[in-house]
Design a protein around this ligand. Structure first.
Ligand code: URA
Length: 410
């Protein structure tokens, strides 16, 4: 039945209004685990599958449900690749508040995200990792269904989210998948209960489709790292590859990468994996791997070697603390909305992004600040959006005299 319905929708034999009614029924009534797996399989097979059979190393990818300041993929792909797994990563663009890995990579001049599948596999074979965008031929059912869900209020349905994510990841010819389910105000899943339900449903489909998978639930109650915005995040990712990353970003990246090495049977324990990852980060191997991947995608590596080459936005305005205190709260949603307002993201799929704008130097929960000290910097090109974005960033922060605990990252 699923094949009849989703297959028919993909070819056009089933009209949009029927599929919209089906999506709403799924949103309201849910699906059994078996039905979710059947939907995932039908969607996965709606297009071509990537032939990764020529890649001999274990092919392991990571998927994040997305959050503000999440630049983990840029660090994790080269880091995991230089520890022995192959990372064929097919990523998305930003829509709404969360940024997309492809938009971040495209702030590096020349980087091609739309290489054909054969070249994608060749790059993975050459350097161990490649990050590209979804091709036209991969999972066409999801492209069509996601657009319909977007305009019918049926995006937040766990079975539909699971089928959408897993159909794309499984079509990419992986041996194993690590899932980063973000939890908190800046994420799709706001509560731990919802995040656990999504993680369990994702893992259930992986198990039914004989794919090795692990899920971590990671914090999105404040932005990840200290930057949000495309080029600003690439710069922070490079600093992290140089061993100078913020603790929360490093911790989440290492935890997810360690799971990848364990799924790929490169390491038997998490401790062993973390040791190897730290060694590769400290030696500069991961940074060199990132440079190698960028060069193979025809990106200009001189920007990575000299980060000041990234064009700066016209304005860089500090948002300052109004009193002495400790940062008690940083609302990721407000930072995300400010980025969208500045032009770093898209409201519509067709919007163009401004790679230079965003927010940097974001103070972290638990950080002590003095009156007049910057809590963040707003990078803007258009003066019209500057004041409103600055107000939003200022409102994102709450200070207190004392903060008992900082959020657990994982
Ligand atoms: N990411 C996807 O790819 N699909 C969804 O439905 C939600 C998040």
């Amino acid at each position: 039945d699923m094949q009849y319905f989703v297959g028919g929708f993909t070819t056009g034999a089933i009209p949009d209004y029927q599929m919209a009614a089906m999506a709403m029924a799924i949103l309201l009534r849910g699906m059994t685990a078996e039905e979710t797996a059947a939907l995932t399989k039908v969607m996965m097979l709606s297009g071509e599958l990537v032939d990764t059979s020529s890649i001999s190393r274990p092919k392991i990818d990571k998927h994040s449900t997305g959050g503000i300041g999440d630049k983990v993929s840029l660090i994790l792909a080269p880091l995991a690749a230089c520890c022995g797994v192959a990372v064929p990563m097919i990523s998305g663009r930003g829509l709404g508040l969360t940024g997309g890995t492809l938009d971040k990579l495209e702030s590096i001049p020349g980087y091609r995200t739309n290489v054909p599948e054969t070249e994608f596999v060749r790059i993975v074979n050459a350097c161990g990792c490649s990050i590209i965008g979804q091709t036209e031929r991969l999972v066409p059912a999801d492209r069509k269904l996601y657009a319909l869900r977007d305009v019918t209020g049926t995006v937040p349905s766990i079975p539909l989210i699971v089928a959408s994510i897993m159909s794309k990841k499984l079509a990419a010819g992986l041996d194993g998948l690590v899932l980063d389910v973000k939890c908190g105000r800046g994420a799709f899943m706001k509560t731990e209960g919802d995040a656990r339900a999504l993680a369990a449903a994702l893992l259930d489909v992986a198990r039914r489709m004989n794919k090795a998978a692990t899920a971590l639930i990671t914090d999105m109650s404040q932005p990840l790292g200290r930057t949000a915005g495309n080029a600003l995040e690439v710069i922070e990712a490079v600093e992290t590859l140089k061993g100078k990353g913020p603790a929360d970003l490093v911790d989440v990246t290492l935890a997810l990468s360690a799971r990848m090495l364990m799924l790929g049977h490169v390491c038997a324990t998490e401790q062993e994996a973390l040791g190897l990852l730290r060694k590769r980060l400290a030696s500069g191997d991961a940074l060199n791997k990132f440079l190698e991947m960028i060069a193979l995608h025809k990106g200009d590596t001189s920007f990575i070697n000299n980060l000041s080459r990234f064009p700066a936005a016209a304005h860089r305005i500090p948002v300052t603390a109004q009193a002495d205190g400790t940062v008690a709260d940083v609302d990721p949603d407000a930072i995300g909305r400010a980025c969208l307002m500045l032009g770093a993201g898209r409201s519509l799929v067709t919007d163009k992004v401004d790679h230079a704008v965003g927010v940097s130097g974001i103070a972290k929960v638990g950080q002590a600040v003095s009156r007049g000290e910057p809590l963040a910097f707003v990078h803007a090109n258009a003066t019209e959006s500057l004041d409103a974005a600055k107000d939003l960033v200022a409102k994102a922060f709450a200070l207190a005299f004392h903060v008992n605990e900082t959020p657990a990252m994982i």
